[in-house]
Each structure stands twice: as C-alpha cells, then as structure tokens.
Design a protein around this ligand. Structure first.
Ligand code: ADP
Ligand code: MG
Length: 440
C-alpha cells in the first residue's frame, strides 16, 4: 500500500513539481516507509522550494537523525527550537538528538519544554529516561527500575465512547461492571456489592476491542496501560513473572487506571507452547495478581481482549477474574453508519449518503471501514493535486472502492463456528450461535 502510494505521489509530482504540500506528503510517506535517504532528499528539495518551511526543516532533521547524521540534525533543530513559534515535536526531536550527543541535561530541558507545551507528548525513549511513569519509585531499587526496560506503559487516552460507533451492549456492560463501581463506589458498598473482576472481550479482529478499551480510560479520565501480546510473550520467554507483578503494581500506583491485556490468549494454557513450566508459572502469577486486584482493587479496572477465547485457560473465567465475557460482533448497519461518520469527520465531503455505503459494506469490520476510507482519501489526494483543487469525497468515490477492501470478519467465523458448535461448554459461545442464527 505504501509503495503504491509513493509511486502515485511521485507521478502526481511530475505534473506539479513545485507543489509543496504534495512533496511534504511524499517525504512523510518515505520516512514512514523507512526510506530515510530519499526522504532527506525530498526535504532538502522542499527547503529549496520554500526556505521558511519549518515542517520541512523538522522533517529533514528527523531523516538525518534516523540516519545518524547527528550534527546536521543538531544544527537544524537548534535553529528551529529557538524560534517563538515552536511545536512540541521540534523539542522532542531536539531532545532525542541531544541524548545521542551525550547531552542529557540539555535533552531533559528540551523534553520538559515539549511536555509543557503539549502535555500529551510521549516518546518511549525519553519517557523512560525522564518521566517517572510508574508513580513514585521511592521503594524500588535501581535494578527493579531497569527491569521495566525502556518501554513506557502508561497512556492518557483522549478518545471516549463517542469515538466508538455502535457497540452499545459492550458500552453498557463496561459502564455497569467497571465504570459505575468506580464512580459510584458508595452505592455499590451500600448494597454490599464488591467491585472487581474484569471483562473479557472476544470476537473477530478489527471490530473495536482495543479501541473501546482505550476509550473506556478516556471516558473516565483514567490512565491506560496496554499490555500487548509481545509483552506477554517476552515475559514468559524470559521467565519473568516479576515483570508482570510490576505492571500490576504500576496500575495500582496510577489509579484510576484501566489495565488492558490485549490478545490475552497468549497466556492460554491450551497453547502447546505454554504447557511448559515457565508458561504455567506465568499463568499462575497472572491469576494471583487478578485475585490481588480484587483485594485492593479500588480504581484499577481490568479489561482483556482476544480473538481466540478458546485458547484461554478456563481458570481465567472464575469469579473475580474475567467473569464477564462479552462477544464483540461485527458492526451492524447502524453501527457501520456511526463508524463511517467518525471516519469521515473533518474530511471534505459532498452529498454523502452514509446509509447507502453502510448497506453495501456487510461483513466489514470497523478496521475494514477505516481502510476503505483510507483508500478513498489517498485517491482523492492524488486527484486533487493533479487538478490543483480540493476535491470533496462523494458517495460514488466510496462505493467505487468497496471492491478493493476485503471484509475480514468471515474467516474468523468459520473457525468460531466450530468451537461454538462442538466446544460450547456451559453455553459460553451462545452469542456466536445467535449471531450466525444457528439454533442451540
Ligand atoms: N466500533 C468502532 N468505532 C470506531 N472505530 C472503530 C470501531 N471498530 C473498529 N474501529 C477502527 O478500527 C481500528 C481497529 O480496531 P481495533 O480496536 O484495533 O480492533 P480489535 O482490537 O477488535 O482487533 C480502530 O483503531 C478504529 O479506528
Ligand atoms: Mg486489538
């Protein structure tokens, strides 16, 4: 996709070589495609075309930095960062260059300017060095800090439920089970109802599991810790239950906090590679941490997601653990309408018939709809540059591109159907059967 877009952009540029926004876009695509040398060349051309273009200068600095041409990057950024109208990005880049040059305190200063300007600024490398992302470390020694590696787990999402189309049932469950116990804790206590336990989301890929987990944190202004499949696999390859413990500790220290385990099936005992003892230890560790959350839970909300719930150890489903299991189904027609509206927000459109598009995109996941719009935007961009005008997106543009996107949910259902039919212990997968309109 990137390569094709780059090729198209180059063709469009042949028509209008002085088009600055188009060339900027190309340079960014090249950076993104890790073609740093060509990106550098494009940024240099841009600065010739438009000597005051700060975006191009910052891009050039980035391309140089990524090729380890540090002194050039340094000179550019020093100039950029001493202007009055800087952005956080310039200071972040400068900080990264300063680190490589061994100027740690200057780097810290620059990173502070960046985070003051734009509080949401994060950069894994700089966060690890300068932020103390895991609450306070007074009671930990240096070695423990290091074992976190240089990855910063803490996020502060800005998306909320209104950025999530459809999924009404999932939103309701999350509200009842984990948001209200936090926001109305007195009420829950009055009825002797304990908060705690987590929600496990399962369903086909691309239908919004990760998206809604992040939005849950944004909805209640909480921090978000996303532990992905790779983190989990790294932990068990390294035999490191301690790291898992530290993540739970981090959540407790950062409350209110949504602790999210993405693709939690990586912890599943049904995977043959998890049957060895390191895997077993890690699972046990996880389960006892979950139980510990119940004991001292206030303010830590646990969510997990998986595309393959059948790989998950049944012990995860006991009360107080993931005792609420929710099927996240592909968006229905009205959910698709909402997702399309979200995806088209802030884009130039004309006379769009959302219902027409959503009725023609059965079996599309939210992610498929997003890539449909991406394809259309890319086409319009090129068209606009060739014609020198901003062309609004029309219904026809979108319906004409539908064939280019393959709905990705079908394959999942062929697998899921088998589990639902033949391994449906205690009706665990009834929702799948209902969705497929198969009689139980
Ligand atoms: N219900 C939805 N509302 C809005 N966007 C969605 C929705 N579902 C999916 N998306 C879009 O698709 C992308 C991928 O979805 P994701 O949450 O990663 O899927 P999953 O975790 O279920 O595999 C999201 O980042 C979002 O842009
Ligand atoms: Mg996901």
């Amino acid at each position: 996709m990137d390569n094709n877009a780059i090729k198209n952009l180059k063709e469009a540029l042949a028509f209008s070589p002085d088009n600055v926004p188009l060339r900027l876009h190309l340079a960014e695509m090249l950076l993104h495609a890790e073609n740093y040398a060509e990106a550098e060349e494009q940024y240099k051309l841009l600065i010739e075309l438009s000597p005051k273009n700060q975006q191009a200068k910052c891009g050039l600095a980035k391309a140089c930095y990524l090729q380890n041409k540090l002194s050039l990057a340094y000179v550019i950024l020093e100039e950029l960062c001493h202007r009055d109208d800087t952005t956080a990005e310039y200071h972040v880049m400068f900080a990264k260059v300063l680190i490589k040059e061994g100027m740690k305190s200057e780097a810290q200063e620059q990173y502070k300017i960046a985070t003051d300007k734009e509080p949401m600024t994060t950069d894994p490398e700089l966060d690890a060095l300068f932020k103390v992302p895991m609450g306070d470390f007074d009671d930990m020694d240096d070695e423990e800090q290091d074992s976190f590696g240089n990855k910063s787990y803490l996020e502060k999402p800005s998306t909320t439920f209104k950025d999530v189309g459809g999924m009404n049932k999932v939103k309701e469950e999350i509200q009842l089970k984990i948001i209200y116990p936090l926001t109305h804790s007195e009420l829950y206590k009055a009825y002797g109802k304990k908060a705690g336990g987590g929600i496990l989301l399962y369903g086909p890929p691309g239908c919004g599991k990760t998206h809604i987990a992040r939005a849950t944190a944004g909805e209640i202004n909480a921090k978000f810790i996303n532990v992905g499949i790779n983190d989990i696999l790294d932990m068990w390859i390294g035999g490191s239950e301690r790291k898992l413990h530290e993540i739970f500790e981090l959540a407790r220290k950062s409350k209110p906090c949504v602790l999210f385990f993405d693709e939690v099936d990586a912890l599943g005992a049904n995977r043959s590679d998890m049957k060895n003892s390191a895997g077993r230890h890690l699972i046990n560790q996880f389960l006892s941490e979950m139980d510990g959350i119940e004991a001292s839970n206030d303010g830590v909300l646990v969510l997990a997601a998986t595309n393959a719930p059948w790989h998950l150890d049944p012990a995860f489903r006991r009360p107080g653990r993931f005792d609420r299991i929710i099927f996240v189904q592909p968006p229905d027609e009205s959910a698709r309408e909402q997702i399309l509206k979200i995806q088209l927000k802030d884009k130039p459109v004309k006379d769009i018939s959302i219902s027409d598009i959503s009725s023609r995109t059965k079996e599309f996941s939210g992610a498929d709809l997003k890539s449909l719009i991406d394809v259309v935007v890319e086409k319009k961009l090129i068209e606009s540059f060739k014609n020198g005008t901003i062309e609004p997106i029309t219904t026809k543009d979108i319906t004409g591109s539908i064939a280019q996107v393959n709905p990705s949910t079908k394959e999942w259902f062929t697998i899921a159907k088998n589990y639902a039919l033949y391994a449906n212990e205690s009706g665990l997968y009834n929702d799948i059967l209902d969705y497929l309109k198969i009689k139980k």
